[in-house]
Design a protein around this ligand. Structure first.
Ligand code: GDP
Length: 424
């Protein structure tokens, strides 16, 4: 199999983790290229059920090297906890199968605190941050005010750098937010408790990827969140603070000249969204509650109930284009089995006109869904493993989506387990 990126087409939580878990067996290296511990991939495999936040989803596959690339918000504190938790359940994690880019910037203790302080200041105008420090982190990264993971290998340099940053950051914490600020002692304790534990994993992962590529090894690029949360192409300002799209994968991974032959876009058979912002196809009341229950739509990181609704063809088509998807994995088709009629948000209505174009963020809240219905199949499809095993109504639904988004649906997932999938 060629180099592959697995990306979200919509608002995130599409089921990317299960696709990475499935496809790692055809790859040698798995790289996370953006984001931090602010979202979670849920994976069910022979070790049990896991919610991964930072670790690449290839960590369960023997022989696969997992990399946290330079584009990631490296939250040492959460990573240490996650490594310990996953190891305690029988999974091997060592510098043999996990590497952290020396060019990844460190998410420092004040980033998380600043996130909470800013959300509190915004009050009812908040963007729905997960308060994991992601926005303050990326702001500082672009201001060149972060520490690189590689600096952990040079303690004297690290200390001097942290002293400079501390002085600068305390100005904001104390004078803007009236917070206490940090001391050098606190920072050095943090380095000892968390940074030192990550140090053995830190290396020149660009070199590692270059070598792997030259040897013909196959790389899988793993994204967090979806196209509609991309900093440049998503629903600004209700996006994350990094680029979630496949075009960024080589840059954020450490192999900027990589060619990605396959882009697997993951789409859920209905819509879900966490946090604030316009969500055109949203359902409310009993209807929403039933779908949320059927799909177990509660955040992997926060436990927050997700907003849900029918599949949104307008947003999905935009996501497919933005990601440059070459094939689609449609997940959670089994969740719709209880419905008599399958709802589809087929178009939007904006200013009294029907449109198929995903609107500019500022006018997106004015868009209304145009909903159409297809026949439901009303039977359990979770044991189907071949396309022809699916009831005709289910196949019709998949083919309808395929036609509308103009991209082949190569995988149809009918359950959370690794093998609950139909490959077309
Ligand atoms: P990710 O961040 O894109 O990996 O998505 P999440 O992990 O947040 O959400 C996907 C959830 O759906 C997880 O709990 C998966 O175990 C589950 N899941 C994935 N595919 C399927 C499927 O086809 N059917 C069902 N019922 N659950 C699925």
């Amino acid at each position: 199999m060629a180099n592959t990126a697995i990306v979200g087409i919509n608002w995130g939580d599409e089921g990317k983790g299960r696709m990475v878990d499935l496809l790692t067996r055809d790859h040698d290296v798995v790289v996370r290229y953006q984001g931090g511990g602010n979202a979670g991939h849920t994976i069910v495999n022979e070790y049990g059920k896991f919610a991964l936040h930072l670790l690449p989803s290839g960590i369960f596959t023997k022989g696969v090297v997992n990399i946290l690339g330079n584009g990631v918000a490296l939250d040492c504190e959460n990573l240490v906890k996650e490594i310990e938790e996953v190891k305690s359940r029988g999974v091997d994690i060592s510098p043999e199968n996990l590497a952290v880019s020396d060019r990844a910037s460190l998410l420092l203790p004040w980033h998380r605190e600043l996130d909470s302080l800013e959300e509190a200041r915004l009050a009812d105008k908040k963007y729905g941050s997960t308060k994991q420090g992601i926005a303050p982190f990326y702001s500082d990264k672009y201001s060149k005010k972060t520490v690189l993971a590689g600096e952990l290998l040079y303690p004297e340099h690290l200390k001097a750098h942290l002293e400079d940053l501390l002085e600068w950051k305390n100005l904001t914490l104390k004078n803007v937010y009236g917070a206490e600020g940090y001391t050098m002692e606190q920072l050095m304790d943090w380095v000892r408790d968390f940074g030192e534990k990550i140090k053995p994993f830190v290396k020149d992962t660009g070199e590692l990827l270059k070598k792997a590529s030259a040897e013909g090894k196959k790389i899988l690029f793993e994204a967090q969140l979806g196209a509609l949360r991309d900093l440049d192409y998503g629903i600004v300002p209700y996006t994350t603070s990094s680029n979630t799209i496949a075009a960024f994968a080589p840059v954020g991974s450490g192999i900027p000249n990589a060619k990605i032959e396959r882009i697997v876009g993951v789409v859920k058979a209905y819509s879900s969204c966490v946090g604030e912002g316009p969500f055109t196809c949203e359902w409310f009341g009993d209807e929403a509650e039933k779908l949320r229950e059927a799909g177990d739509e509660y955040g992997a990181k926060t436990g927050r109930p997700r907003r849900v609704g029918p599949i949104d063809i307008v947003a999905t088509r935009y996501g497919v284009e933005t990601q440059g998807a070459t094939t689609i994995a449609l997940t959670k088709l089994d969740v719709l089995s209880y419905m008599d009629k399958i709802p589809i948000c087929a178009h939007y209505e904006l200013d009294g006109k029907i449109t198929d174009r995903f609107p500019f963020p500022a006018v997106l809240p004015d868009a209304k869904p145009v909903v159409e219905y297809m026949d439901g199949w009303k039977c359990d499809i979770s044991a189907c493993r071949r396309w022809e095993d699916l009831p005709r109504e289910a196949r019709d639904y998949v083919e309808y989506i395929e036609r509308e988004i103009d991209c082949h649906i190569g995988y149809v997932s009918v359950g959370p387990e690794r093998d609950s999938i139909i490959i077309r």
